[in-house]
Design a protein around this ligand. Structure first.
Ligand SMILES: [Fe+2]
Length: 479
């Protein structure tokens, strides 16, 4: 497909990088522009990437609960895409490993050497028995199947077939090593791809790597790790985070300090996209755009500014916070020099196809991942990871990310993974408001009152993009 990108050269750490968007200092849409064209500054127009995008303004609800749709996704999509499997610091040392489950597939990621991370299916080549059931391990030298004691080294190579002499030669003539999965460690994350001959990692994420890299995720550390089982299809769950149209109704508390309407939309190749929304800026839906409300005052205080005596009104707060962060002695104790001004305040919210969304700030990142259940299309897992930069004592990642006050954010301790359900989600106020929507959306989509169809607005273009990209896989047009 012929597409034309609009790239801007910006400098990051004194080197030019290709940033697929307009000048980042002026990219936010101005009032008046947005209703005419949400994606005026996107590197790609969505209808360039998907000429059939008009088909995605009204879609069938069936794919959100149909077992056949789930099987098709497993066979044709999950098996071909690059997936965030985990956090690189969990395989920092030789002998560290973790397990990544995605639908019915289970994968082990292990560090076999200082410079070698391997990934393979978590299934013994004897009869398929799962090798590990725990989620993490340290100091391992091999994996031994508990059923018949077949053993594999950290590269997945078979090193023991118990009572080998009792097998006929023809039974053992196949490859007895664990089946490998492609793996890439990048930016503090571990990615895997189950395809035998996958699209190169650098091609798949070509349009977003520089932007993701600018946040220095590899220097951040995990401060929250939560898996929530939710009675909803993974696409229902993901869709809740893939639009901001819901914010004014679902999260009314943010209107005094988050602009949920004048939002930049960026669409990239391979299904990725992004919203940029201004923080420390009053929503146009809030009645008073000038008074420095309590929410704005909180953001000012966080940045070491005082609302009392401030020379300016609410319209000047966002800029003042950016300038405060630019100072060498800023209260965060951080070097913000590699970031653009709007990165210092705003929520940069990329989504990585098919199942990850990130809310990015220099001080911390909320990474949410949505995984299908092994067997039930109407259940899924909502993983919440919060990463924090190294901050001055007393400073914490943005409050909405739901890191509880008692949690140590110094980076000295990796928090244990918590497993919970939608009844006690532990995600913090904002995330929990979103989880409530997942459940009622999933139930409502069965209603005869819909005649099997739901509709998406132009503020929900990212969901349209996601479904159109997914259908390329399901229709055998991709990979
Ligand atoms: Fe939300």
């Amino acid at each position: 497909m012929a597409t034309t990108a609009r790239y801007a050269e910006i400098r990051f750490n004194d080197r030019p990088i290709k940033q697929p968007m307009a000048d980042p200092e002026s990219l936010l849409l101005e009032p008046g522009e947005v209703t005419a064209d949400f994606e005026a500054k996107s590197p790609y127009r969505l209808d360039e990437l998907h000429p059939d995008i008009a088909n995605y303004r009204a879609v069938s609800t069936r794919r959100f609960f149909d077992p056949a749709a789930k099987l098709a996704e497993e066979e044709k999509m999950w098996s071909k895409v690059w997936l965030v499997a985990g956090i690189a610091s969990d395989v920092a040392q030789v002998g560290d490993w973790f397990k990544f489950d995605i639908g019915p597939q289970s994968i082990i990621v292990a560090r076999a050497k200082e410079d070698e991370v391997h990934a393979y299916y978590n299934a013994c080549k004897h009869r398929g028995n799962e090798l590990v059931q725990e989620e993490f391990g340290h100091g391992a030298t091999s994996f031994t199947c508990i059923m018949h004691s077949w053993r594999y080294d950290l590269k997945g190579k078979n090193v023991r077939v118990t009572d080998r002499e009792t097998f006929r030669e023809e039974a053992l003539c196949q490859n007895l090593n664990l089946t490998p999965v492609h793996v890439k460690v990048w930016g503090g994350l571990v990615f895997v791809n189950m395809d035998a001959d996958p699209i190169p990692f650098e091609d798949y994420f070509a349009d977003v790597l520089d932007m993701l890299g600018s946040y220095r995720m590899d220097e951040m550390f995990l401060v929250k790790d939560l898996t929530i089982e939710v009675p909803a299809n993974w696409k229902t769950m993901y869709s809740v985070f893939n639009e901001n149209y819901h914010a004014h109704a679902t999260h009314p508390q943010i209107k005094p300090y988050v602009d949920d309407y004048f939002i930049q939309y960026d669409f990239y190749r391979h299904g990725h996209n992004r919203n940029l929304f201004p923080v420390a800026q009053v929503s146009p839906r809030w009645p008073d755009g000038r008074f420095i409300n309590a929410g704005l005052a909180f953001f000012m205080q966080e940045a070491g500014l005082k609302a009392v005596g401030f020379k300016g009104d609410a319209r000047h707060v966002r800029r003042a916070i950016q300038q405060a962060k630019r100072k060498a002695d800023n209260v965060y104790g951080m070097d913000f020099s590699g970031f653009t001004d709007n990165q210092l305040t705003d929520d940069w919210n990329p989504s990585l196809f098919p199942n990850v969304t990130l809310n990015m700030h220099p001080e911390g990142i909320l990474l949410q991942r949505f995984r299908p259940h092994p067997t039930d299309p109407e259940k899924g897992y909502h993983d919440v990871f919060v990463l924090s930069a190294k901050l001055a004592p007393g400073r914490r990642p943005p409050a909405y990310m739901g890191v509880e006050d008692h949690v140590d954010v110094s980076g000295k301790v990796r928090p244990p993974r918590r497993h919970t359900t939608h009844d006690d989600p532990q995600g913090g106020e904002v995330v929990e408001q979103d989880i409530a929507n997942m459940i009622t959306l999933q139930r409502g989509m069965h209603s005869r009152g819909l005649n099997g169809t739901i509709v998406y607005s132009e503020q929900e273009r990212r969901i349209q993009h996601f479904l159109a990209e997914l259908d390329l896989y399901l229709d055998d047009k991709k990979g």
